[in-house]
Design a protein around this ligand. Structure first.
Ligand code: NAP
Length: 505
């Protein structure tokens, strides 16, 4: 049995060395969905490579207590694999991971899986019009490389003075150490983002004390999670059109929230009022309320949903301290200079969004890595999916495909719908640099007036130059419309050199 692998899962294969039409890197939502749609389009000769020991992506790696999705389950399933069986309105991590396992099984993707296999280098070779993908378990030569690694993958540990001196256990929410028992311990939680607000209520009742190092208070809205009764689940299973229409209703309902980000005005004021009432209803201490009141426009950072975060902060054994100045061997010192003795530090400090997992390992036509291309072009891509200089490379959940209001699964699905005909064509496609630049200029212009740029906060959506590299400025429906057909006119297209094509299986 492999460590960290749920029972019954063992999918290592030897060797991986082979020639395929498509190599997908990442066995999370995007990678699995891409494999399903490519196979349906006749591209059956593909592999899915993942360094992890089982499928699931973010839902395999994030196992912290309380981990759940803050997007309704109905929108957190693939359109090709509707799931009437969700037991909660907002499914928990293990249920989502198990769903992805089921999808792999239902669609027979297991033979394509190359798990426990890490991509170490991938280079475009003009000689054979292919990506040469070096992995820890051999070489894969592929006509097309699809990055499905996600942007919220590599944990970010802030550079805090003294962090290395701490003598107790430390862990990041995205790499939870289940060997550390927090019961009866004094725990510091650094950060108050989407991960922190889930982990704090889950650990506070059993810990001796929790100190929350808050740099910026988040806007928190009611979550209203509830169980989905068995009769309702069986109705959805019996009536697939009902299931589809519930998904459509959920996605349109979410789009309304977009107005508060892009048009702001009355929509934002309404949202802020609901959030303030939520805080007032759950926290009676005026001093704590003051600490928890955000000083920037709602939506500028991700809006968080929780019914148990504020009550957890109001507990006698929980302290909200202003930011983290430094770490000592036995505790943390907040920005007021107060030292809090702790046994364990939990870093709930987010992800290295500006350093996508594969970027420094992928080398394009001119010998440039994707990291270098992103440094030059301010981390941008054509339609969030393709980059000039990188033929036949498709990035799922690439730059400017994130959302502040709905499910990124919808965005991945739209990207996959876009790339499938291109891959199935068997041609070599490289986006034109001018088309890419014009597209990005338009995105930046649309983003300029949004709350993400104007709301008075700093967020992980922005890079060091203040460019919003993460979010799509429109609705998921608008993105799907844009991605509905592959616009060959924006690409330099040519036939593969004779003798280098891998025939369809
Ligand atoms: P995050 O939103 O980036 O939050 C990181 C937190 O760490 C922030 O509160 C940040 O403070 C704080 N921080 C960073 N450096 C710090 C420092 N030096 N001192 C003190 N505090 C510091 O990370 P996350 O909570 O892991 O969430 C990241 C994203 O993952 C979310 O936005 C969401 O898209 C996704 N996510 C989704 C779910 C879900 O339910 N679907 C759950 C978890 C995460 P500042 O705010 O001041 O920067």
């Amino acid at each position: 049995m492999l460590p960290g692998v749920p029972a019954g899962i063992r999918r290592y294969r030897d060797p991986v060395t082979q020639r395929v039409r498509a190599c997908i890197v990442g066995a999370g939502f995007s990678g699995i969905a891409a494999a399903i749609d490519l196979r349906r389009a006749g591209v059956t000769d593909l592999v899915i490579v993942d360094r992890g020991a089982c499928v699931g992506g973010a839902w395999r790696d994030n196992t912290y207590p309380g981990c759940a999705c803050d997007v309704q389950s109905r929108l957190y399933e693939l359109e090709v694999a509707p799931w009437p069986e969700w037991t909660r309105r907002f499914a928990g991590q293990e249920e989502i991971r198990a769903y992805l396992e089921s999808v792999v099984e239902i669609f027979g993707l297991e033979p394509a899986m190359r798990l426990g296999t890490e991509v170490t280098h991938a280079q475009w070779h003009e000689a054979d019009d292919a990506w040469h993908v070096e992995t820890t378990r051999g070489m894969i030569v592929a006509d097309v490389l699809i990055s499905a690694c996600g942007g919220l993958t590599e944990p970010l540990y802030p550079d805090i003075p003294g962090a290395a001196d701490f003598t107790g256990p430390t862990m990041h929410t995205a790499r939870w150490d289940h060997g550390v028992d927090l019961r009866g311990k004094r725990v510091a939680v650094v950060g108050t983002g989407a991960s922190a607000i889930q982990v704090i209520p889950a650990i506070a009742p059993d810990a001796e004390a929790v100190v929350v190092l808050q740099r910026t208070p988040p806007w928190v809205m009611p979550r209203r999670d509830r169980g989905i009764p068995a009769w309702y689940r069986s109705s959805l299973a019996a009536l697939p059109p009902l299931q589809r229409s519930m998904r459509a209703v959920s996605s349109w309902a979410r789009e309304v929230q977009l107005l508060s980000f892009t048009r702001q005005g009355v929509f934002r004021t309404m949202g802020e009022r609901i959030a303030r009432r939520h805080l007032e209803a759950q926290v009676s201490d005026p001093e704590l309320r003051r600490k928890l009141t955000p000083g920037y426009a709602m939506g500028c950072k991700r809006i968080l949903l929780s019914d148990d975060y504020y009550p957890a902060l109001a507990r006698d054994n929980v302290t909200v301290a202003p930011g983290l100045a430094r770490v000592t061997s036995t505790g943390v010192v907040d920005n007021d200079g107060v030292e809090h003795a702790v046994d364990v530090i939990v870093w709930a400090t987010g992800f290295r969004v500006l350093e996508p997992p594969l970027a420094d390992r992928v080398v394009g036509r001119g010998g440039e890595t994707l990291t270098e291309a992103f440094a030059r072009n301010d981390m941008s891509a054509y339609k969030g999916t393709t980059v000039a200089g990188f033929p036949n490379l498709y990035i799922l959940q690439g730059p400017n495909t994130g959302l502040g209001h709905s499910s990124v699964v919808l965005m991945s699905e739209a990207q996959i719908g876009y790339l499938v005909p291109a891959v199935a064509s068997g041609l070599v496609m490289e986006v034109d640099a001018t088309a890419q630049r014009r597209y990005v200029e338009d995105i930046d212009r649309r983003l300029a007036s949004t709350v993400w740029q104007q709301g008075g906060c700093q967020s992980w959506y922005q890079n060091g130059h203040g460019r919003n590299v993460a979010l799509w400025p429109g609705s998921t429906h608008a993105f799907a419309r844009m991605m509905r057909s592959f616009d060959r006119g924006a690409y330099r297209t040519r036939h593969r050199k004779r003798g280098t094509h891998v025939p369809a299986a």
